[in-house]
Design a protein around this ligand. Structure first.
Ligand code: PEP
Ligand code: MG
Length: 565
């Protein structure tokens, strides 16, 4: 076996070692029947069904005069009806006892690899067509399973990309790490890996998928973005993670965090579950600055009803008693999908129905969440925060739905607290630029620098090829941060950061210099960010911020931060 190393982006810290589980989002749905005759019958049915579907597409396009597109489907039908594909799949089923779904994928893969081996661009493109056709047959044969169901031993999942639901639903004792071909540091798979403490390396490129196909074991270093396939025998021992420092050190008491010259900066945590809130509490967080509610709903087929949501919010609040808990309303769309709430396909999902846009168009989903928050507020210091706000009108519409939720609760006679602070996330550049109009409508601003960076720099946060461009320290992003903080203060509102930038202790002084009042960090970063706050002098921080704002690019800013430290 050959040792092969790959470098990607360090997305979630930690060392991991395990068996390789190569996950193809669509190809890893195992067949269900072990009986070859039944499987063969299912295969024939699925082939016929798929052929009929493709034929219908072809006919419709031809009728619409789209002969070029119709021809693509015509070619797909030829591939589907290629006797050698069918024969090979049949042999796999009848002689080797493979499930029909596995057989069609395996037979297509063999053909595709043969075509690719010929080294001709045209034939390589046909290989992709063969795979696409087989996937359609496979779709007709299977129901979905996530990578979690594929794990039988401590493993590292290698995939092109993963849905947050895949991660949230996987058994934690078996899922030791993830290595993704795609993705960036702030793509949602990376964020959820960090919050679940699953070491992750992303942006490894497609080579990892090919290489991992023939590997047995994998070692992963989430601190340095390194992955080694079939590592040397002595490596696993070195990879055993050190016991968590926390176990040795005990809990950090909660208390105000103050700069060297006496300015108080609220140190909060971002969490996605009651368990994480407990961790954050042990790390001395003063409260929760971001509860991503969509992550509470990820691994389930239905949305929790109002009662269940009340219990969930209360459970998070109970994990951090007597502390402010900022609950962000459902933020789906973009790269976040909920099994319970399929959204229509869009060409540009990050610029489409996302966050507050979805909630405003689906009051039947938004209202139960608002009612649940008002009810949880009766017993805990719950605050409400709206994601992806672009216009003032959106906030006003959310407010009027909040009024409606209050009226419904009055009518139902359930106990609730009518006064709930309503904050606005600033993560769309327009919101920062129009902050003066948003501030009167908002109790606080919370800057989502993950999205603010992607929208300011027109740079997909999940695209590893753009990792050099995706820089939250870009002076353009810093300018928007400062602008939003200044406006918030002019209106007597606090402004914080809840994106991943606030978990970077190198950036802490700069952010304080730009005017932030609150930093919402990953629980694992709290200790280092606390140390960075207490070491900061605000006058020096302002000076640093001025210089950073005048910088030409994020590299200059990073160099300044290093020199200052
Ligand atoms: C952000 O965009 O910075 C943010 C905190 O929201 P999310 O990462 O969930 O999009
Ligand atoms: Mg966001």
């Amino acid at each position: 076996m050959m040792v092969r190393s790959f470098t990607g982006l360090a997305a979630a810290p930690g060392l991991a070692y395990g068996a390789v589980v190569l996950y193809h989002a669509r190809a890893n749905r195992p067949g269900t029947s072990a009986d070859p005759a039944t499987e063969q019958a299912r295969l024939i049915r699925a082939l016929a069904e798929t052929d009929a579907t493709i034929a219908a597409h072809e006919a419709a396009l031809r009728a619409a005069g789209q002969s070029e597109s119709a021809a693509i489907f015509g070619a797909h039908r030829l591939l589907l009806n290629d006797p050698s594909l069918r024969e090979r799949a049949t042999i796999l089923v009848t002689e080797l006892g493979r499930a029909a779904a596995d057989a069609i994928i395996a037979a297509a893969e063999e053909q595709a690899l043969e075509l690719e081996r010929l080294g001709d661009a045209y034939l390589s493109a046909r290989a992709a067509d063969v795979r696409a056709v087989a996937l359609q047959v496979w779709r007709a044969l299977t129901g979905a399973v996530g990578p979690g169901q594929l794990l039988v031993a401590p493993s590292i999942v290698v995939a092109r990309d993963l849905d947050p639901a895949d991660l949230a639903g996987a058994p934690r004792d078996l899922l030791r790490g993830i290595a993704l071909a795609a993705g960036g540091i702030t793509s949602h798979a990376s964020i959820i890996a960090r919050s679940l403490g699953i070491p992750a390396v992303v942006g490894l490129g497609d080579e990892i998928l090919t290489a991992a196909a023939s590997a047995r074991a994998i070692a992963l270093d989430g601190d340095h973005g390194m992955v080694t396939l079939d590592p040397p025998a002595d490596l696993p021992a070195r990879l055993r993670p050190r016991p968590r420092e926390r176990a040795v050190r005990g809990a950090t008491p909660r208390g105000p965090v103050i700069t060297r010259d006496g300015r108080r900066i609220r140190l909060l945590a971002n969490v996605a579950s009651p368990a994480e809130a407990r961790d954050a509490c042990a790390e001395g967080a003063e409260g929760i600055g971001l509860l991503r509610t969509e992550w509470l709903f990820l691994d389930r087929p239905d949305l929790p009803d109002e009662e269940e949501q009340v219990a969930l919010y209360q459970a998070v609040a109970a994990a951090m008693p007597d502390a402010p808990i900022t609950v962000r309303t459902l933020d789906i769309g973009g790269d976040k999908r909920l099994p319970a709430l399929p959204l229509p396909r869009e060409d540009n999902p990050f610029l489409g129905s996302r966050g507050i846009r979805v909630c405003l168009s689906r009051p039947e989903i938004f209202l139960p969440q608002l009612r649940a928050l008002l009810r949880a507020r009766a017993t805990h210091d719950i605050r409400l925060m709206l994601p992806m706000v672009t216009t003032v009108a959106e906030v006003r519409r959310a407010r009027s739905l909040l009024d409606q939720a209050r009226n419904q609760l009055v009518a139902s006679g359930r106990p609730f607290s009518p006064d709930i602070p309503l904050g606005v996330m600033i993560e769309v550049p327009a919101a920062a630029l129009n902050a003066a109009h948003l501030a009167p409508e908002a109790a606080f601003f919370s800057l989502g620098t993950n999205d603010l960076t992607q929208y300011t720099l027109a740079c997909d946060r999940g695209n590893h090829r753009l990792a050099d461009l995706y820089q939250p320290l870009d002076p353009a992003v810093l300018r928007l941060i400062r602008m939003a903080c200044e406006v918030a203060h002019q209106h007597g509102r606090p402004a914080g950061i809840c994106g991943e930038l606030s978990s970077d202790p190198q950036a802490t002084t700069l952010l304080i210099g730009l005017g932030v009042d609150e930093l919402t960090c990953a629980p694992a970063a709290l200790e280092r960010v606390r140390a960075a706050i207490t070491a900061t002098d605000t006058r020096a921080a302002r000076n640093l911020a001025e210089r950073a704002l005048a910088a030409e690019d994020p590299q200059q800013v990073r160099a300044m931060l290093r020199n200052t430290l």
